[in-house]
Design a protein around this ligand. Structure first.
Ligand code: HEM
Length: 485
């Protein structure tokens, strides 16, 4: 059966070199999941596959082919019209993932994409992002105070911190405040507990098997019950949040206009709930994972900690060379604070592979003819780290490489929020969120490594094997700085 599948899939999805002589290299199909998503994300096979097959190759996500690419020239040819791309249905992960977010903005195509975007983008425009700084600072200070209150458990000589544990719900609450108008205690608790259920379902979905193939829908049992419970609770939470915002919340809470779009027929209820899921839950993991490496790199590099601290002190004083005000500092994209976030995301991209998407027309990529509608995936490490354009020190942590440079200069060689006309909707807001949190930490604490084997290169640092994204597990020691005691 395996041989037949392999031969059939090769015939069904031919990908040949431009001269027709060679077939694209890549992994053989393996029943039932191919190389997705456990191999691709959880086990992060990127280095091995790159070394086995070269810069462009094919894997199987279930029985769907995915072409992996990682050269800037290829990325440019593929993503210049990303607004016209087709996203893989349900991320090629199967029906459970589809039930959670299959109709969200990030997986919608072409005219559906523009329609959902028009209804959901309002709160995430660049000009809106800095308006959330007060709200973010309030949430960050609350999270830090909670951390301080655990000091006795965590140790007087410095707290051993795993940011993924301590700040897990911070982005959830910040996004909740933005979307629904300041969350109350009950809503916080509700969101926290729905997030736990959602996390269980997501893991099921990503593990494949019956959660991938449609037949699994008809298998009674725990998975179906969990899904039903999640759908019921998620809808009920949003309906209540909408009603609260309408009756007594801020009149401009975005949830109000989003619900209005549904009643006016511009958006279906499922599109609304799936996009809110994407914004709140999918991006909770993404944001925490992305943030988690920052304290780890800074702990190993006290010299950059100190430089960022000096920059912060100058901005606080509003002195010469500072950016006028604290909010202007947090909004700026040309500070060392921002550069350190960029450098950490460069060396530890949010995931080893991007979400699959296909071009509406044939493309010749790396000498191979990729037929229209073939799903393409970016190998983020090949692009962000291995590409020689980053220079001889490309494997080193050096935030200053971004200083004085314009984002256009790394447009197709740095994967973070996607490429071309279609990119992450939350990018402006999330950058300010990350800067607000990191500034608070660096200003108030000195960070040192808290893990064994400190002399290991960062390329050997393990990521959390239980999580599909790149999530740091190296604990750091945070010691309160004297001047603030
Ligand atoms: C550091 C954190 C984050 C990273 C690294 C990140 C990265 C990404 C990436 C790579 C994409 C896919 C772009 C593509 O189509 O190729 C994306 C899409 C998206 N992100 Fe983010 N994201 C982050 C946080 C957030 C947050 C907090 C939100 C909340 C609003 C958000 C909302 C979205 C949405 C709605 C899309 C789909 C956009 C579309 O297809 O038009 N993201 N993000």
């Amino acid at each position: 059966m395996f041989q037949t599948n392999q031969a059939y899939l090769g015939w069904r999805y031919p990908i040949k070199s431009a001269d027709g002589q060679n077939t694209i290299p890549g992994c053989p199909y393996v029943y039932p999941n191919g190389q997705g998503n456990m191999e691709k994300f959880y086990n992060d096979m990127s280095k091995k596959w790159r070394s086995d097959y070269g810069p462009i190759y094919r894997i199987w996500n279930g029985t769907r082919p995915e072409v992996i690419v990682g050269c800037p020239e290829d990325i440019k040819g593929i993503f210049r019209d990303s607004g016209e791309h087709l996203k893989a249905p349900d991320m090629n992960a199967g029906w459970v993932v589809g039930e959670l977010m299959g109709k969200c903005l990030g997986l919608a195509n072409q005219s559906d994409w523009s329609r959902i975007l028009a209804a959901m983008a309002g709160p995430f425009h660049q000009r809106a992002a800095s308006e959330y700084i007060d709200l973010m600072e309030k949430r960050v200070k609350k999270a830090m105070a909670e951390l301080e209150s655990k000091k006795d458990q965590l140790g007087q000589n410095g707290m051993v911190i795993n940011p993924a544990n301590e700040f897990l719900y911070l982005p959830l609450f910040i996004l909740g405040d933005i979307l629904y108008g300041s969350l109350d205690k009950e809503m916080e608790e509700d969101l926290r507990s729905i997030a736990l259920l959602r996390d269980q379902l997501w893991k099921e979905g990503m593990s494949g098997g019956l959660a991938r193939y449609a037949i699994g829908r008809f298998v009674p049992g725990g998975r179906r019950r969990m899904l039903l419970s999640f759908h019921r609770r998620w809808k009920s939470f949003n309906d209540r949040a909408y009603k609260r915002a309408q009756d007594s919340g801020p009149a401009n809470a975005p949830v109000i206009s989003m619900y209005r779009s549904v009643s006016e027929g511009a958006l279906t209820e499922t599109e609304l709930l799936h996009t809110l899921d994407e914004m709140i839950f999918v991006n909770l993991d993404v944001t925490v994972g992305n943030f988690s490496w920052n304290p780890v790199f800074l702990a190993v590099h006290p010299e950059f900690q100190q430089k960022i601290r000096e920059e912060i002190q100058q901005a606080r004083r509003g002195g010469e060379g500072a950016l006028g005000s604290w909010k202007a500092y947090l909004s700026s994209t040309s500070t060392l604070l921002m550069s350190s976030i960029l450098e950490s995301s460069r060396l530890k991209p949010m995931a080893s592979f991007a979400v699959p998407q296909s071009c509406p027309s044939e493309r010749v990529v790396g000498g191979f003819v990729i037929p229209a509608h073939t799903e393409i995936v970016v190998d983020t490490g090949a692009l962000n780290v291995e590409n020689p354009a980053w220079g001889a020190d490309r494997h080193e942590y050096n935030p200053e490489r971004f200083i004085g440079k314009n984002a256009v200069s790394w447009r197709y060689r740095f994967w973070r929020f996607g490429f071309g006309p279609r990119q992450c909707l939350g990018r402006h807001v999330v950058d300010i969120m990350l800067k607000t949190l990191l500034a608070e930490i660096v200003e108030n604490y000195t960070l040192t490594p808290g893990w064994e084997e400190r002399n290991k290169e960062h390329s050997e640092w393990a990521k959390d094997p239980e999580v599909w994204l790149n999530l740091a597990i190296q604990p750091t020691v945070w010691k309160k700085r004297e001047m603030h005691v």
